[in-house]
Ligand binder design. Structure first.
Ligand code: GDP
Ligand code: IMO
Ligand code: MG
Length: 425
């Protein structure tokens, strides 16, 4: 395995955490390159369940270097809690490094996220309210505060003063919210700074050196292609770039240094939060998938919206991220459904659409064109590809055909052992 990117090819929660953990066994370095603690990656190992948000899923191996790249937005309080919780369970964070260029989330980011969602009323995005959007907005506005600033008392004091004044004025005017004490926030963040300091490094150098030395680097995407700021269902997206291209900017790696890109897809589709979803099911099959697949958000506990597999979406993700392989997860969740449907195109008026449209107004009018497939029984104990029922193989072959991409890996349950490798990594 050379450097390998794992990206979500739908609306997030595809099982990236499970796959990262599985593939990390053969990797040396595991890197998060975007998003923040809006992510929720569940990993099951030896009857233990870990819910990772900011920390790369490679942390469960004692010998892997884990990196939080510059493209991640870091909430120090959430980060330190996550580390504490892991350490309480015997997982050490000593091999973890944070980029000195990552941007920091402050309480005003979370408050603005919360109040702006409230103000949008029924037009809300359905964010995780972790302050992700407002923090990235400050980054683009060029008033953000980075990890390297946090570590220099005078720099932090100066930048935080400007920000607290600005945000307090904004919060008062827009939401009649009293605002924050600069002194208290400064004191708190100076404390965080000392706790975070030992982890901080120029992580782009670490990654470059690792690749040059022939070590294997795994990039763990958060969210998914349709939540990408540019290529997702804008404005119902997150504020970062989960697609493979996001690795270059979010980790500081040149594109030629990236080897393979695996897109993770569920055998069906889910989405948390608002926005159009052409194959969404509102019937008992949707409810059945939600219950059997335990489709409830890791971060917010919200029930995930469930629907049939949408090959238009995955074909789009394959193009946008240049997928070299697809990993299909949760095939076991579809067990015992007599007839399974797959969307292979959209009908928009008289037109047939095979490439995912930009306009949400068009997308809302798109009607899925379905193909039907015979279902299958319990497959959760199968460990070899050619032992899978023919009906599963048919379903998978059709995915490969429409998406023009090989299926490299399958998952038939949450555990490491419930993984079927097809390609070598
Ligand atoms: P991520 O955000 O992409 O890492 O995905 P999540 O962790 O939010 O959601 C995936 C959920 O499905 C987690 O609870 C996993 O433990 C679980 N999971 C992953 N792969 C499989 C699978 O093949 N079958 C089943 N039944 N569960 C799986
Ligand atoms: P993982 O990494 C699923 C969704 C939110 C909302 C939108 C914007 O576990 O796949 P944000 O708080 O990011 O500004 O919210 O994005 N969202 C996710 N949905 N999985 C995630 O992460 C998500 N992270 C954000 O529900 O619709
Ligand atoms: Mg998740």
């Amino acid at each position: 395995m050379s450097s390998l990117v794992i990206v979500g090819a739908q609306w997030g929660d595809e099982g990236k955490g499970k796959l990262t953990d599985y593939l990390a066994e053969k990797a040396d370095v595991v890197v998060r390159y975007q998003g923040g603690n809006n992510a929720g990656h569940t990993v099951e190992v030896d009857n233990e369940t870990y819910k990772l948000q900011l920390i790369p899923s490679g942390i469960l191996y004692p010998d892997k270097q884990c990196i939080i790249g510059n493209g991640v937005v870091l909430d120090p309080e959430a980060f330190l809690n996550e580390i504490r919780n892991l350490e309480n369970r015997g997982i050490s964070a000593r091999n973890l490094r944070i980029s000195d260029r990552a941007h920091i989330i402050f309480p005003y980011h979370k408050k603005i996220d919360e109040l702006s969602e409230l103000k949008r009323g029924s037009d809300d995005i359905g964010t995780t309210k972790k302050g992700i959007g407002p923090c990235y907005a400050d980054k683009t506005e060029r008033i953000g505060i980075r990890v390297c600033d946090l570590l220099k008392k005078e720099v932090l004091a100066k930048k935080l003063k400007v920000n607290v004044e600005l945000k307090n004025a904004y919060l008062k005017k827009m939401y009649d919210f009293e605002g924050y004490s600069y002194d208290e926030m400064l004191a708190k963040y100076l404390e965080y700074a000392e706790q975070i300091r030992p982890f901080v490094e120029d992580t782009s150098v670490l990654i470059y050196d690792a690749i040059k030395a022939g070590r294997k680097v795994l990039f763990e995407g958060a969210q998914g292609t349709l939540l990408d700021l540019d290529f997702g269902t804008y404005p119902y997206v997150t504020s970062s770039h989960p697609i493979a291209g996001g690795v270059c900017i979010g980790a500081g790696v040149g594109p030629a240094l990236i080897g393979k890109v695996v897109g993770v897809v569920k055998a069906y589709t889910t989405r948390v939060g608002k926005g159009p979803f052409p194959t969404e099911l509102f019937d008992e099959t949707g409810e059945h998938i939600r219950i059997v697949g335990k489709e409830f958000g890791t971060v917010t506990g919200r029930p995930r919206r469930c629907g049939w597999f949408d090959a238009v979406i995955v074909r789009y993700a394959a193009r946008i991220s240049g997928l070299t392989g697809i990993a299909v997860t949760k095939l076991d969740t579809l067990s015992n459904i007599p007839t399974i449907k797959m969307c292979v195109g959209y009908r928009l008026g008289k037109k047939i659409i095979r490439d995912f449209p930009a306009s949400l107004e068009d997308l809302e009018k798109c009607e899925p064109i379905y193909e039907k497939f015979k279902g299958w029984g319990d497959i959760s104990d199968i460990t070899e590809y050619n032992k899978l029922p023919t009906s599963v193989l048919r379903y998978l072959e059709r995915i490969e055909e429409i998406c023009g991409t090989r299926i490299s890996l399958l998952s038939v349950g949450p555990k490491r052992s419930q993984t079927i490798m097809i390609d070598k990594f």
